[in-house]
Design a protein around this ligand. Sequence first.
Ligand code: SF4
Length: 425
Amino acid sequence: MSLIQKNSALAAMLDQNMAKLSVYEHMTEADIRARIDQGALTLLANPKHTNVRATLIGQPARVKVNANIGTSPVTSTLAGETDKLQVAENAGADAVMDLSTAGDLDGIRERMLASSPLPLGTVPIYAVAQQCTESGRDPAGFDPAEILAEVAKQAEQGVDFMTLHCGLTRRGAELAQSGTRQLGIVSRGGAILARWMRRTGQENPLLTHYDDLLDICRKHNVVISLGDGLRPGAGIDAGDPAQWEEVLTLGVLAKRAWAAGVGVMIEGPGHVPLHMVQAQIQGIKRATFGAPLYVLGPLVTDTAAGRDHIAGAIGGALAAQYGADFLCYLTPAEHLCLPDAKDVHEGVLASRIAAQAGETALGRPWAVAREDAMGVARMKLDWKGMADAALDPCLVRQRSQGSEHGKECGMCGKFCAIRMAEPEK
Ligand code: SF4
């Protein structure tokens, strides 16, 4: 049996959405099905998320953008996060992740699922850690059964994809914490699991209970985003043994998921110097058998605090060119504080610019057509056309106010190069 045949929830969502998916992705129905069966594509669409916009991630679908939102113990409210969800959608995000770690997590998740068609992702270990601390336990004081129960509950609620750090082994955690890294473990979920393994002396429960997780996820077509708990948190750590130990395990786990009828994505590197991005992306893709790759950034410099969305967009553009499928945004608030609504808007746009640049480099027809439309509009001094072709039309309309169709803007005025190059009348 094929992956789709083993996953009746996925088969149903494909049947319901195939016509739209085929048009949007410029792919035939047969090709979409074949690539999902191979694991190269995966469909974010939990049938319990009733208004979900079914979204394909992987090759050769369009490169997608994710926005992370969610409460923190320090600041933010449900209303504020719901507002950010709308801002992300309006800015053109394809998916959102609720990374809330404070407040009524079930209620927040339910509100997000009800109020947005964007596929919703979560990191269930956050809720488990919160339950531990609220009951006076260590954040890593949980029983494996609590994780399975949380994953099952969230799947039932309609969560479309979940970050599960199943590939973080005891060996990997030891490598990351052996003193050879500048920054040991920078993933919150990874750090909680490493702490659990250190306290119990046992292997990662997400790995030892992987078959149970696959059963839950198949039932609701939850895509497992195999987490990168050991991603480099500094450029100097990129490509070290701890990172590759986890990547190799993720490849093995991807194959097990496909055999069980479950879709997966691989989460990719965080901080990667520019000259290493190509090798990292192609290496991870190769080691994980072409599974869809979901990258955070990558940040090509560690020194852009306050403007990490730019560092991430540079890495994201290169990553998209070399095969990354799904870009997780970074905002100007990264490494500093919880993003506000303006940060969310800026972050989504930065990642969309990266996706557009990467897809143009790949010659994807929709991206090239957009570049062409902008060039033609600029040549005609067609300000409406420029706004329509821009990734942020509102900003173009706002900043070009006063520029009339066919006339130059205020940047060069009477020295407008386009006007001067026109034949004299
Ligand atoms: S004035 Fe300068 S910036 Fe404005 S349209 Fe002409 S060449 Fe472009």
